[in-house]
Design a protein. Structure first.
Length: 277
């Protein structure tokens, strides 16, 4: 029996349009491709939040698992749309439906389970999440089965988890963002999440950095020279991905699709086990 999955594209309509205008992909499409790497037979529905009363494609209980994307929303600047997403994540927690998320997904799960998210004390982390390092719990957890204990990942975030709930499990961090991955729990539910974007590849980051160049400059996170350098680095990743066997081992966590999305693949394996139990 194939898995029935719901992908929640947490961007606003304007946020999605901006990404597409920059040459990037919709979050729902990126995660659909990522799932397809590991479970090509999965039945996928994509849900968007164009208003604070979105229509579910099917009752929550009909899904084996739910995946949350990043977002252009800022979760500590609460509004009705964010409240609707927190309420939905909480309902999924309480029903024991497995959840997975990246970036905003981690932040959403943190808030829904009693933790805190604020503007990143270290500023924006754009392009590279360098030296993501697993904790002891991370090395032992199924989410990182087959993954190296330290690796680089692709990312883009301005906010960060500043306090995990008491029953959360910290799995990974780096010098910029102490919480790069965690397991969040509430009631009978569990949410596996990363701060970095495992659904991104070099081409997606190059499009976003180039397309949102002026926004990056306004934040002061990078100057013109660093932006141009980062775009070149991402284009180089795309070239290397065409011949992964020729790339140095350090590049494989970001250019090999199966390794880059291993955390999601391990979550999907867990969801499959739960559906069979």
């Amino acid at each position: 029996m194939s898995l029935k999955l719901l992908i929640c594209d947490a961007y606003t309509a304007n946020g999605r349009a901006g990404i597409v205008g920059a040459g990037g992909s919709r979050a729902g499409d990126m995660f659909t491709r990522a799932v397809d790497i590991h479970r090509p037979d999965a039945e996928i529905s994509v849900m968007t939040f164009d208003n604070d009363a979105p229509e579910l494609p099917a009752p929550l209980e009909s899904f084996d698992g739910v995946i949350w994307s990043g977002s252009n929303l800022t979760i500590h600047r609460r509004n009705a749309l964010i409240d609707a997403q927190i309420e939905m994540a909480g309902a999924l927690f309480d029903r024991g439906i497995p959840q997975f998320g990246c970036c905003y997904g981690l932040q959403l799960a943190t808030v829904a389970s009693g933790g805190a998210v604020e503007a990143s004390p270290a500023g924006a982390e754009i392009g590279w999440a360098r030296d993501v390092t697993l904790t002891g719990e991370g090395r032992a957890h199924d989410m990182y089965a087959g993954k190296a204990g330290r690796f680089d990942a692709l990312c883009w975030h301005n906010d960060a988890v500043t306090r995990l709930p008491d029953d959360a499990v910290l799995l990974a961090g780096n010098a910029h963002s102490p919480v790069q991955a965690a397991i969040l729990r509430r009631g009978g539910g569990e949410f596996w999440a990363t701060q970095y974007h495992l659904e991104f590849d070099g081409a997606e980051v190059a499009a976003l950095v180039g397309g949102f160049r002026e926004s990056i400059l306004k934040t002061g996170a990078m100057d013109h020279e660093r932006i141009a350098q980062l775009v070149d680095e991402m284009n180089d990743l795309t070239k290397r991905a065409a011949e992964p066997a020729e790339a140095p081992p350090a590049f494989r966590p970001v250019i090999d699709p199966k390794e880059r999305t291993a955390e999601l693949g391990n979550w999907l394996a867990r969801v499959e086990r739960l559906t069979r139990s």
